[in-house]
Design a protein around this ligand. Structure first.
Ligand SMILES: Nc1nc2c(ncn2[C@@H]2O[C@H](COP(=O)(O)OP(=O)(O)OP(=O)(O)O)[C@@H](O)[C@H]2O)c(=O)[nH]1
Ligand SMILES: [Mg+2]
Length: 235
């Protein structure tokens, strides 16, 4: 692996979340007029919105995952892989792939009432690395998708989020012709230690993708609670 762990150092990522607004119907000082006035519809609190990244190497299934779980038509920026990229793009192992994401994927999923996840998929080719900083701005966490046929392609994404202290989970997208490693074997191969959860998934399956996102949300909460505890003054 290219770099060693950062021991959790790094900036705490800002939430792109808005707290539920504590809105209450306007009250009238005059109770009689309140009786005759039309009762305003009870306004539900605004949902909490969380920005998450779906990252990983070329062709691991990022666009597929965002598309599978999104409840809106996902935004995709696919372009054809042409001869011009032959000496620039690494398509080793996924030679049959004909398109690649050139800017980002975008989708949205309501994971439960009041909690909406906005998903941003990164481009897979190295030449689009400059996009990662833009996309990760305001993100609370990330999914690092991995393909066991090309596990080394996940190293850069793991390093990226470790170095920034951004909570992430590793989701192993199971391809039919890939070897089925256990989560522990993946953890060891990626030198993850005890920190980030490793889950096995099928990026094409909505329920499986949702499970990955739920695992990520729980991990984000656990990381932030632990950070709060460790920064609290001793009694
Ligand atoms: N068999 C199989 N095919 C998959 C799976 N996930 C994705 N695919 C296919 O693999 C190809 C790559 O998927 P994409 O979602 O475009 O991958 P990506 O990570 O977004 O690719 P880039 O944006 O180019 O880096 C597509 O043809 C998918 O249909 C999977 O779990 N099993
Ligand atoms: Mg893509």
């Amino acid at each position: 692996m290219a770099s060693k762990r950062s021991d959790g150092a790094g900036s705490v990522v800002q939430a792109a979340a808005a707290s539920p607004s504590a809105s209450s119907p306007a009250s009238s000082p005059d109770s009689s007029s309140a009786e005759s006035a039309p009762v305003p519809a009870a306004s539900a609190p605004a949902p909490v919105a969380v920005k998450l990244l779906v990252a990983g190497g070329f062709g691991v299934g990022k666009t597929t995952l965002v598309g599978a779980v999104s409840e809106i038509r996902p935004l995709q920026t696919e372009e054809l892989l042409t001869d011009r990229g032959v000496h620039v793009d690494d398509t080793g192992g996924v030679e049959r792939k004909t398109t690649t994401t050139v800017a980002m994927d975008f989708g949205r999923i309501t994971i439960r009432a009041g909690l909406v996840l906005y998903l941003f998929g990164t481009p897979g080719q190295d030449r689009f690395w400059f996009m990662w900083d833009e996309l990760s701005y305001g993100a609370l966490g990330a999914v690092v998708l991995a393909d066991t046929r090309r596990l080394t392609d996940s190293f850069a994404a793991v390093d990226y989020f470790e170095n920034r202290g951004l909570p992430f989970v590793v989701a192993v997208n199971r391809f039919e012709d890939g070897y089925d490693y256990t989560a522990d074997e993946i953890r060891e191969a990626l030198d993850l230690g005890e920190g980030p959860p490793v889950v096995l998934c099928d990026a094409r399956d909505r329920a499986s993708g949702k499970e990955v996102l739920t695992t990520l949300m729980k991990h984000i909460l656990a990381v932030h609670r632990a950070r709060r505890r460790s920064s609290a003054p001793a009694l």
